[in-house]
Design a protein around this ligand. Structure first.
Ligand SMILES: [Zn+2]
Length: 492
């Protein structure tokens, strides 16, 4: 215990006011880091609305870019829809309005238009137009997406990037001829999440089919992806929804099949939130010195820090500029820190911002045509020859691989099989995820889930969506025959 306190003090005494120790107080660490690293600014002072500064915005842009490239490759096309949705659209699908209406911001004083909602999600905007655009089976599949900010009147405590009243996402809205095609899209959506969030950004997640009582309002079923955060709570990341024909029927989205028969389309939607993904990146990879940005999304991948005296300043800056030019020719994002701060201060700042690689260039380095390369995650230095700067690409790729491996290690051993309520309680207290037999995630299991929530303060998050798991035995709560193996965790 004493050691812990000592460590904490040590961290707090660091330059620049110091950061909280991530392991000791994740919540405080997170709040400090996003402000100090200039990701967000809370001084706008409207609950749930934050200003995202360039360092955060460029990272978000880069995540958008990864996603949009992947979606377009898979046949999704971009479009832009209005931010407002007429009340009459919104009210068409009964369970949709029921689920979303407590969260809607309404605009009430627009002349002649009736009430308009600020979109909390855009099914009811897209599908009005789909009913006009889709005529025959040749118009299908129709797979459109938009990048958008959306608005939800959150009543729970808000946290920057994690839970906000306005956030940045992509929503895809897809229509198909058959149920089978729609189900395939749902599976493909899980693979997109896997590719971007896990393979690229190094964030492990569980793809969970949500219980009946926790699905998207208006959907047949929902598959969410849960990421375990360092404080032991899971955060919902991209989720994909099988809408069936629920919306098609109320919006009259029909097509004529090959035999000229009129049919309703089958629909799905998928919603990765860029700001929330960035929150997980920050939470999972960061350390006590600050952010650690994955190489593939870092606004600056390589920062050059020139080290000079008043005598050799001009020469070293010139050489640094030449090196910067070479790095930019490799299509890498790089910059030089020209500020008047001392090298040590510059190091501290770029480490706080999580820049993956730093090149230190001084008199000695220029003479030997080599530079010192500092690597943010391992905090190790190595020498790189100026003639071999193209190695930075593979060093960057290895950087991201290491982040993923480290995150894998962290999650390993955090999912614990439980046989009793007491065990679940302990697992949740230990900041882990419980896995156990459960009667059912259909409506019939809701009572047991309520008991879990009341007695343990955790939620039944669902069953694995990409792997079948067969239970043997009885529901941990009601003792009836278990139909499912569920995952239980606290959540954001
Ligand atoms: Zn039960």
């Amino acid at each position: 215990m004493k050691n812990k306190i000592k460590k904490q003090k040590k961290a707090k005494n660091k330059k620049g006011g110091g950061l909280s120790v991530k392991k000791e107080n994740f919540s405080e660490w997170y709040s400090q880091i996003i402000e100090k690293a200039e990701v967000t600014d809370l001084r706008y002072a409207v609950k749930g609305f934050v200003v995202v500064r360039p360092w955060g915005a460029i990272a978000i842009e880069n995540i958008y870019d990864l996603y949009e490239k992947e979606l377009q490759k898979l046949g999704h096309k971009p479009c832009f829809f209005p931010t407002v949705i007429p009340e009459k659209n919104f009210k068409k699908e009964a369970s949709h309005i029921k689920g979303f209406s407590p969260q809607v911001f309404w605009l009430e004083k627009i002349k002649g238009e009736g009430k308009l909602a600020l979109r909390p999600t855009s099914e009811t905007a897209f599908f009005q137009m789909y009913s006009l655009w889709i005529r025959g089976h040749r118009d299908l599949p129709l797979k459109l997406y938009q990048r958008a900010n959306i608005f939800r009147y959150e009543t729970k405590a808000t946290r920057p990037l994690i839970r906000a009243r306005e956030f940045y996402w992509i929503e895809t809205h897809n229509s198909f001829e058959t149920k089978n095609q729609a189900e395939k899209q749902v599976q493909e959506d899980i693979k997109i999440t896997e590719k971007i969030m896990y393979q690229k950004l190094g964030i492990p997640f569980l793809a969970l089919k949500r219980p009946e009582w926790d699905k998207f309002a208006g959907a047949i079923y929902t598959i969410g992806s849960d990421v375990l955060m360092p404080d032991g709570k899971v955060i919902q990341q991209p989720s994909t929804h099988m809408l069936g024909q629920n919306f098609a029927k109320v919006f009259n989205v029909k097509f004529k099949d090959e035999k000229e028969r009129e049919q309703y389309v089958w629909q799905t939607c998928y919603g990765p939130a860029m700001s929330r993904i960035l929150a997980s990146v920050i939470a999972i990879h960061g350390d006590n010195s600050g952010l650690i940005m994955p190489f593939c999304i870092s606004p600056i991948q390589i920062i050059i820090v020139p080290i000079y005296t008043s005598k050799n300043k001009k020469k070293i800056i010139n050489e640094s500029k030449k090196i910067l030019k070479k790095i930019k020719q490799l299509n890498l994002r790089a910059d030089i820190d020209f500020s008047d701060k001392r090298p040590g201060e510059k190091y501290y700042e770029w480490e706080l911002k999580g820049v993956p690689l730093r090149l230190e260039i001084g008199e000695k380095e220029i003479k030997s045509k080599k530079a010192v390369l500092f690597i943010r995650d391992t905090k190790k230095r190595q020498i790189i020859s100026i003639s071999q700067l193209s190695k930075l690409i593979s060093i960057g790729n290895q950087f991201d691989k290491r982040l993923k491996q480290k995150a894998d290690k962290l999650i390993k051993g955090k999912i614990i099989d439980c046989k009793t309520k007491e065990q679940i309680k302990k697992v949740i207290n230990d900041k882990k995820i419980a896995r156990c037999n459960f009667c059912s995630i259909d409506k019939s299991g809701e009572k047991c889930a309520e008991i879990v929530e009341k007695n343990i303060g955790a939620e039944v998050r669902g069953i694995l969506a990409n792997k079948k798991e067969k239970p043997k035995g009885k529901c941990i709560i009601c003792n009836k025959k278990a139909k499912h193996i569920v995952y239980i965790a606290k959540s954001y």
